[in-house]
Ligand binder design. Structure first.
Ligand SMILES: Cc1cc2nc3c(=O)[nH]c(=O)nc-3n(C[C@H](O)[C@H](O)[C@H](O)COP(=O)(O)OP(=O)(O)OC[C@H]3O[C@@H](n4cnc5c(N)ncnc54)[C@H](O)[C@@H]3O)c2cc1C
Length: 381
């Protein structure tokens, strides 16, 4: 990542301060900076250094619940537009995805589930027998049926970070790395933001600090329950072309995709071990075994490849597992985008919608159900 795009210390004043340099914060900063607003992004470590840079990059429509489909469609469109219209190379690809079923019960479940999603406006092809083998000869014969959704996609967490950081800087946004926010308060109609590199003031504050967002909201007296998952992910050595679709599983936890460099990412949301306090997170070897067994049962040739690395990372999740973004309840001019199962998928839409809210523009898609106020558990400021 180009060091020159960063600013060494926070300015004394800014119009808008964004706390947290993952996909939610960087997208929000990008849209606001492109609209000509004065934006400073503060990041505790290296921007894009945690979940946003260490995830599987799966952008699957067909794994999403009906109530988030419109948000997901919008976000995939923004991911596509980054490269196609804004000259921000995020490694977006849209090869379509197969959601597989291996037992009678799973086939029935897949039918029911895909009917429900069709009701939500998603298009599928139902594939079995020769049709399925013709499209995906690399699938195990144990796969009985699959739905094909041409909208399923991926983006590259590695490429997207550097590109979005450069785009924010090019649009005039200032990014300060290694500036941990340690205090938030209201002072003379503005927010006072204490950091390890000095204090700054802003008219508008945006908290996009992933699982740390709950702690930051509490500094302003707002109690939001934001939980933390420990997701595991593995990557194989580079191999000749094996898979040309994004793979998910109706009955098992699985996501599979082959990257342009030939490596294959194996994940899906299997949980590792660890605690948020102390930042301890590890792979869970039993669940890792189950993850790999499921993967090989769907694509047998995976068994021939060496695993290069497995890692674990944090993902912030709300109790109802729906994204939570919008105005921070009970505050003036403070916003939060913190929890979303599949937050890499939703990040660009969250950024666009938060910027629309702040710019006073109508939202590109209805956002009422994602209002963080639904999560309130205690007194707020
Ligand atoms: C292994 C794994 C695989 C995943 N796979 C997928 C997938 O395939 N598809 C998908 O859609 N999602 C996936 N996810 C989830 C996704 O990565 C996250 O939901 C998403 O990246 C969250 O983005 P974010 O910007 O909200 O938060 P983060 O990326 O966590 O960024 C928050 C930032 O805030 C900073 N910060 C925290 N506290 C402070 C502070 N006090 N001051 C300043 N900065 C602070 C942090 O350092 C961090 O950089 C996966 C997650 C993991 C861990």
């Amino acid at each position: 990542m180009a060091g020159s795009v960063f600013v060494e210390t926070p300015p004394r004043d800014a119009e808008i301060v964004v706390v947290g340099g993952g996909v939610a914060g960087m997208s929000t900063a990008l849209f606001l900076a492109r609209a000509g607003r004065d934006v400073v992004l503060l990041e505790r470590g290296v921007p894009w250094g945690v979940a946003s840079g260490a995830n599987a990059g799966t952008l699957s429509l067909q794994v999403k619940r009906a109530e988030v489909l419109d948000l997901c469609k919008l976000s995939l469109d923004v991911w596509r537009r980054f490269g196609a219209e804004m000259d921000v190379d995020v490694g977006f690809g849209q090869p379509g995805g197969l959601r597989v079923a291996t037992t009678d019960a799973e086939v029935a479940h897949l039918r029911e589930y895909s009917d429900e999603q069709r009701g939500g406006g998603l298009e599928f092809e139902w594939l079995e027998g020769n049709q399925l083998r013709d499209m995906a000869p690399w699938l195990s014969t144990g796969v009985r049926a699959a739905t094909f959704c041409s909208g399923d996609a991926y983006a590259s967490p590695l490429l997207a970070g550097g590109s979005l950081i450069a785009a924010v800087a090019k649009a005039g946004g200032r990014i300060v790395g290694h500036a941990e926010v340690t205090g938030l308060s209201r002072e003379n109609g503005a927010y006072r933001i204490e950091t390890t590199k000095g204090a700054t003031r802003a008219k508008i504050l945006i908290i996009t600090a992933g699982p740390w967002s709950g702690g930051l909201a509490r500094m302003l007296g707002v109690a939001l329950p934001i939980y933390v998952d420990v997701n595991m992910l593995s990557i194989t050595e580079s191999a000749p072309k094996l898979l040309d679709r994004v793979i998910t599983h109706i009955g098992g936890i699985l996501s599979l995709k082959q990257l342009p460099n030939g490596t294959i990412l194996i994940g899906g949301g299997w949980q590792g071990r660890g605690r948020f306090a102390g930042m301890e997170k590890f792979a869970d070897h039993v669940r890792l075994g189950q993850n790999l067994t499921t993967a090989v049962s769907v694509v047998p040739d995976l068994a021939k490849l060496r695993l290069v690395r497995t890692w674990a990372g944090y993902e912030a999740v709300a109790p109802d597992a729906l994204p939570a973004f919008g105005r921070l309840p009970g505050t003036d001019d403070a916003y939060i985008a913190a929890a979303a199962r599949g937050g890499f998928t939703f990040g660009p839409a969250q950024g666009l919608l938060m910027s629309e809210m702040i710019l006073g523009q109508p939202p590109s898609t209805p956002i009422g159900r994602f209002d963080p106020a639904r999560l309130l558990t205690g007194a707020h400021a």
